[in-house]
Design a binder for this molecule. Sequence first.
Ligand SMILES: Cc1cc2nc3c(=O)[nH]c(=O)nc-3n(C[C@H](O)[C@H](O)[C@H](O)COP(=O)(O)OP(=O)(O)OC[C@H]3O[C@@H](n4cnc5c(N)ncnc54)[C@H](O)[C@@H]3O)c2cc1C
Ligand code: SF4
Length: 523
Amino acid sequence: MRHLILVLGDQLDLDSAAFDGFDTTLDAVWMAEVAHESTKVWSTKPRIAVFLAAMRHFCAALRERGWKVFYRELTADSAVWRGADGRGKPAKGETFSDALRESVAGMKPQRVVMVEPGEWSVREEIRAAMESAGLPLEMREDRHFLCSRAEFAAHAEGRKQLRMEFFYREMRKRHDSLMDDGKPAGGDWNFDSENRKSFGKNGPPMHKTPRSFPPDEITRGVIAVVNARFAGHPGDLGQFDWPVTAADAELALKDFIAHRLAEFGDWEDAMWTAEPWLFHSRLSSAMNLKLLNPRTVIAAAEKAYREGRAPLASVEGFIRQILGWREYVRGIYWRFMPGYVDKNALGADQPLPKFYWTGDTEMACLRDALGQTLRLGYAHHIQRLMVTGLYALMLGVRPREVHEWYLAVYVDAVEWVELPNTLGMSQHGDGGIMASKPYIATGKYIQRMSNYCTGCRFDPAEATGPKACPFTTLYWDFLLQHEPMLRKNHRMAMQVRNLARLDEARREAIQKQAAKIRTASAN
Ligand SMILES: Cc1cc2nc3c(=O)[nH]c(=O)nc-3n(C[C@H](O)[C@H](O)[C@H](O)COP(=O)(O)OP(=O)(O)OC[C@H]3O[C@@H](n4cnc5c(N)ncnc54)[C@H](O)[C@@H]3O)c2cc1C
Ligand code: SF4
């Protein structure tokens, strides 16, 4: 064998650099399903099923092309290696390194080739395994992304502070995205002042539910394995309908552009009970698995604007998430790893409340966001940032625990994107690398952006007493606890100034109530 091409579960791209120069007569592909990847963080069933179903479909697509694929397949209680002829041979071991050791070394390829993994520790694990097997390893740049690691390093060079907005403007220019004669379309880089409305009493306007992708035979096989092998993991596969092939992903994109993009901006931040999807794209898992190229998504959105099918504010808001945020967080991840994962700038020391694994809480907002997360493996950005993330931040949960939870529960969770969003943007654990201030708010923010509070036994206006909303109590307690640090941040000036409204007795009552919440959460 000349080249053995390693393909990881989130590298399912037929145009990937790993396949450049692939010769079917000399080269082969290696893919492995490994149980440990689903248990090292206690992954939800939907997350496990999305990865395995997409991997099996990708393997089938490669074999249809006549390519030789060595595939390690999980069964209900063990694993088998399936070679090019499809026949199974028992596989041993539990971890990714075990899988590499037991197979790759024995194949003795002249060279192992792959695209650079998206997770720092996986990259190190593979390097170490190949070194100990004495095999040359070539890691190629991941050209799925629009900003290479070298380009991000050049952007970051010499800057005291990194900010997404400046990075995004550079990306717009470099990729000629939403630009007219060198200027941003519509004369502005950002139209957020026109976006981010709340629904009001009547709730969301009429909208089509996103296109569904019912499981085919391969996916049904995966669902059976996941239900048997990972029975104790949270989540339910009864409604599993995620896109798991490149063709599905293309259809999901078309569906979003035709039915939801035009109103995406308006309702980007709004939430509503039992409405998990609203006007969101549901494209993150397909993009993160590399079934869908972000260039295709950005171009389709821009085309809709140019053809008058979607307003600029909405299209710009959507493109910013992908060309801006998605590329930016990847840049942050690689620039600050491996130390980033251990950062805890606020000294948070509380455990993650147990109800994050069950959704069993009296707080209606958390009950809804956690319930859909555990069941479907999905919550939209504001549910993640301003409900589950906000509560953990103000409660003072150790950021590493929060990170491990987010990595386990969402179908789109891969470390390069999840970690900076969780530890940085949501928990302020990096002290301001990702976001210039901690995102904190009282329950009144949630009341304004959703209908959650109408069905809740707490009152978002109250910070103390039996009806006090825990978000509101913890908000004031957070300000009191971190006042000296927050005072130095001009973006927090107004919020800190409001502390002057609290007399000594009120401060004490808030701190007492917050302490009670923490004690209850820790048990
Ligand atoms: C605490 C926290 C954890 C998160 N973890 C992940 C994660 O593991 N994987 C992940 O893909 N996204 C993550 N996000 C970002 C965002 O919440 C999801 O990308 C989005 O909710 C996915 O749903 P959608 O495809 O319907 O997105 P839409 O709302 O339709 O947005 C369109 C696309 O923009 C991209 N995007 C939007 N916001 C971000 C962002 N902040 N960072 C990177 N890309 C973004 C995604 O690719 C998304 O598909 C996280 C956000 C927070 C606050
Ligand atoms: S009152 Fe507080 S806990 Fe209840 S739904 Fe509103 S914000 Fe959430």
